[in-house]
Design a protein around this ligand. Structure first.
Ligand code: CU
Length: 503
């Protein structure tokens, strides 16, 4: 595996030297690519294959494995951010730089919100009028994007909403959507991947009357555990050297951090424990399962509760997707050497189950009233999105992002059906996680078939397999210009993004 990383890194550095990888320094060339038709694009891809990949046939599917977590560090739980005052739901969120002790006795240069690495959890209740003062204390531009939050575009923190170093902006919005686990991260044009990689990411919990009355585990940090999964590459000095680690097809690392914790373990009581999973990686897909083969129960998708709990043996989350699952540690056959593992068997999060019995919580049979109506299912497709390419040759509908170009318009409050198609390339293609800002949508079908049971809930990000066609019903409650893009952050930065104007 070590050799593979080196060869890949070599291929990448050749790309950089040849000047076709650095999107920021080659705007003219980028424009040219965006004008290519499919055939030209195909040739361009083949040229790249010949020139650059000669050392290794770079398969889309071969990804360096994660090191097993040794479990020597108890999982860190992000602090719940305190409100600025008692009278209102007002928060201050600062983007900062700092040094973090990820490895014992070593300081790693990192970014964070209100701290040196990652961010606190912001809790909103449905109905709250929320005020957030966002401050950029970095020495570079950033934005504050609220992923999954249904807000007007001027509060969404997309690439138009640049906050310069030393500047600040106050946003205000009403929380009108149901209980969900959302997150926030920067979204500056061409720099999202690096800033997230360096540590800018935080959580949002929305709660409502339903979520607090269902009887689900909801003791934050005890039996309601947020898990932000991110893979990183640390250099010899244990630094996050993004420039060196960066891969245009999505930066993948061999070292897993959960909530910024290296080699994490989670100590739990013998009770039902709710795990709020967030794939906060730049590019890695995770397939989570228990090493015992036991099932767990999924209760929520990106944007809310499923109607009915769904028992699963594994769940795949692509970058930016969330799922809430419940593991019943009082019911498992064994509590020794128990762990959450990845598809390839690598140990992500060992569990230490204490003898104490915990709280009695339950998973009700009926949690929500999500519905996809007959009318929505029968709407014609009015917007088509074609995802294509790899490395820096990624496009949507044959074009790269242009902040001056509006790709689609849609009326506020009107449901439309978008069809997202992932067009394969010669090498088969790769999964693109597709995200739309400012709203939650419903999956109508995947390749004409009903979505799996655990995707019959609100979504803001979906995985789209090569050659797959996903139909979604989508409505925007607010106006303005919103982004839609691939959530492999390097693809996003390389222009795999478009804009929809809601009028
Ligand atoms: Cu992509």
């Amino acid at each position: 595996m070590g050799i593979k990383i080196k060869i890949t890194a070599l291929a990448i550095s050749i790309l950089v030297i040849s000047g076709c990888s650095n999107a920021n320094s080659q705007p003219d060339e980028e424009m040219d690519h965006s004008m290519m038709n499919d055939e030209e694009m195909d040739h361009s891809m083949m040229d790249m294959d010949d020139d650059v990949m000669e050392n290794e046939h770079m398969s889309h599917d071969e990804v360096v494995s994660l090191n097993d977590s040794t479990g020597e560090n108890e999982l860190k739980i992000p602090s719940m951010l305190e409100r600025d005052n008692k009278e209102e739901v007002a928060y201050t969120v600062r983007a900062q730089k700092g040094k973090t002790e990820i490895f014992d006795g070593i300081e790693t240069n990192t970014y964070g919100y209100n701290g040196t690495f990652l961010g606190p959890m912001l809790r909103f209740d449905k109905g709250d009028i929320v005020k957030i003062r966002t401050i950029n204390e970095l020495d570079e531009n950033t934005t504050f994007h609220w992923h999954g939050l249904e807000v007007a575009a001027d509060a969404d923190g997309g690439p138009h909403d640049v906050i310069k170093p030393g500047e600040e902006k106050i946003i205000e919005f009403k929380v009108e959507q149901e209980a969900a686990t959302l997150w926030f991260h920067p979204h500056p044009e061409g720099k999202t991947a690096e800033q997230v990689y360096n540590g800018l990411a935080g959580l949002i919990y929305i709660e409502d009357d339903n979520s607090t009355s269902l009887g689900l585990p909801n003791d934050y940090g005890k039996n309601d555990i947020p898990l932000i999964f991110q893979d990183k590459t640390f250099d010899d000095k244990k630094q996050l050297n993004y420039g060196a680690a960066m891969n245009d097809d999505g930066t993948i690392g061999d070292t897993l951090l959960i909530n910024g914790t290296l080699n994490p373990k989670l100590t739990v009581k013998k009770e039902k424990v709710r795990l709020r999973l967030l794939n906060g990686s730049n590019a890695r897909n995770f397939t989570f399962k228990l090493n015992t083969g036991d099932s767990f129960i999924q209760i929520a998708t990106d944007g809310g509760f499923l109607n009915d709990p769904v028992a699963l043996k594994e769940i795949t989350l692509t970058p930016s997707e969330r799922a809430e699952i419940v593991v019943d540690f009082s019911q498992l056959n064994t509590t020794n050497d128990l762990a959450l593992i990845n598809e390839d068997g690598s140990i992500l999060l060992p569990f230490e189950v204490s003898d104490q019995s915990g709280k009695i919580s339950r998973i009700p049979g009926k949690m929500n009233n999500f519905s996809l109506t007959e009318e929505e299912m029968n709407l014609p497709v009015t917007k088509k999105v074609e995802l294509f390419g790899m490395m820096d040759q990624v496009t949507i509908n044959g074009k790269k992002f242009d902040s001056e170009r509006i790709d689609f318009t849609q009326q506020q409050g009107v449901t439309e059906v978008w069809e997202i198609y992932n067009k394969p390339d010669e090498m088969g293609g790769m999964i693109h996680p597709f995200h739309i800002h400012g709203t939650q949508f419903k999956i109508i079908s995947r390749d004409g078939k009903e979505p799996p049971e655990n995707e019959r809930g609100w979504k803001d990000s979906i995985s789209v397999q090569p050659d797959e066609r996903v139909k979604i019903a989508i409505q925007f409650k607010h106006k303005g210009v919103y982004m839609f893009h691939c959530h492999i952050l390097e693809h996003e930065d390389n222009g795999m993004m478009g804009q929809v104007k809601v009028e």
